[in-house]
Design a protein around this ligand. Structure first.
Ligand code: BGC
Length: 248
């Protein structure tokens, strides 16, 4: 019997998106489902929302799940854009029990980076590739020769009197009503900080706003080549599915 497609579930500060994934092509095999992230985004509330989403998908494979958190061996260590009660939660055990299916759990930007490095803008690139997701926060996926160094939290580097993400994320552009040019300057300052520390060969810019890369990338200047993500908002779902254990 053929194995069912794994399901990727991407849990962000704003929305929860899910879909079954073809891991040979790196594409969704069905229309994705989306719901708003519940507020407060406690473990119980998120598990309920995820149950609803996967119920509507009706898929049969294993689940790979992202969280906007540092995740070490399945245990959540930080919670920037979800409720603090996640900290210390064994997310693999929680989701596997609640969804009655084997689950893998990974940081959201690590997942998006895995998808871009395998199927998208970072494909075939050797050396150090850093995916930066610009959304509610700033996520980062750090790769060397295609191998992930998990949980690089580069969105929390200190820049402009605080966390870089508070000043340069997409949410900061909206909050401060910045023009694309003004935001591009903030992104440049941020990327210059990252490149001064890690000397990457390539930056890939992801997150939903990467669809509008032609509006702000012309204003982004730094030493390292910068390219937009190819999988856009689906990268998190595809990358999540890459960590789904096999379901039989
Ligand atoms: C979190 C990261 C996450 C990023 C994007 C940050 O605030 O610390 O773990 O990847 O937001 O969601």
């Amino acid at each position: 019997m053929a194995l069912a497609s794994p399901v990727g579930i991407d849990i962000g500060g704003t929305g929860i998106k899910a879909g079954p994934v073809d891991l040979v092509r790196g594409t969704l095999t069905a229309e994705r489902e989306r719901v708003e992230t519940p507020r407060p985004a406690t473990p119980t509330a998120i598990v309920d929302s995820v149950r609803g989403v996967v119920g509507r998908l009706g898929a049969a494979g294993g689940f790979g799940i992202t969280l906007p958190s540092v995740v070490v061996q399945g245990v959540v260590k930080t919670a920037s854009n979800i409720d603090a009660t996640w900290i210390g939660t064994d997310a693999v055990a929680l989701f596997s029990e609640a969804l009655e299916r084997p689950c893998g759990v990974i940081n959201d930007a690590d997942a998006a980076g895995m998808a871009e490095v395998r199927f998208g803008a970072g494909k075939g690139n050797r050396g150090t590739v850093i995916l930066i997701t610009l959304g509610t926060g700033i996520g980062s996926g750090l790769f060397f020769d295609g191998v992930l160094v998990p949980n690089a939290e580069l969105g929390h580097l200190h820049l402009h009197h605080g966390d870089a993400e508070d000043w340069a994320a997409e949410s900061a552009r909206e909050r401060d009503q910045l023009s694309w040019k003004a935001w591009g300057k903030r992104i440049s300052a941020y990327l210059e900080l990252v490149e001064s520390l890690l000397w990457p060969d390539l930056f890939v810019i992801g997150g939903g706003v990467s669809r509008q890369a032609d509006k702000f990338l012309p204003f982004v200047e730094c030493r390292t080549p910068v390219v937009p993500a190819v999988l856009h908002n689906d990268a998190g779902i595809v990358g999540a599915a890459m960590v789904a254990p096999l379901a039989r």
